[in-house]
Design a protein. Structure first.
Length: 163
């Protein structure tokens, strides 16, 4: 349906809405060669949870355990003391939007759905996603700097321990 709407807008010479990706925008993010994902060491509670809390756990996104977007609770209800054990368990599940990929596959960021959402290349997997659309990149308000995304990527590459 989205594709048809975009085609009609283009045929009429109208600009696509701001949410519409350009046809050439969907490209798989590649970690730059020479990037060492084994260092520095990254801990879930000390390093990853602050990223999730700051960028993913608002009450309109993934911050309400009952009714979080995509049924993925990433902390927030308890303010600064979000239940990291609950968040960790949620990240170990299969992605609701893409049932062929877990949110986090330990030691394999390239096959962890959360990284594709953070890297804004989830569109590469549209055919595997429910309804043929992996929807928006996360966070919704814009792509995080690579240094911030690499905190999560390093944690996953280092085995995604619950520490």
């Amino acid at each position: 349906m989205k594709a048809l709407a975009l085609a009609v807008l283009a045929a009429c010479g109208m600009a696509p809405p701001s949410w519409a990706p350009d046809a050439g925008d969907c490209a798989l993010y590649e970690v730059p060669s020479g990037t060492d994902l084994t260092a520095p060491a990254v801990a879930f509670k000390a390093d990853v949870m602050p990223v999730l809390t700051a960028h993913c756990s608002s009450s309109i996104c993934h911050g309400i355990s009952n009714g979080a977007k995509g049924d993925l609770f990433l902390g927030g209800e308890l303010q600064h003391g979000a239940d990291s054990a609950n968040v960790f368990t949620n990240l170990a599940a299969t992605a609701e939007q893409n049932p062929k990929m877990p949110y986090v596959k330990p030691s394999d960021p390239a096959n962890s759905y959360v990284m594709h959402k953070l890297d804004s290349d989830q569109c590469m997997f549209d055919t595997a996603c429910t309804g043929g659309d992996c929807q928006h990149a996360m966070p919704f308000d814009g792509t995080l700097p690579v240094e911030t995304r690499d905190i999560v990527r390093r944690w996953i590459a280092q085995g995604a321990p619950n520490d």
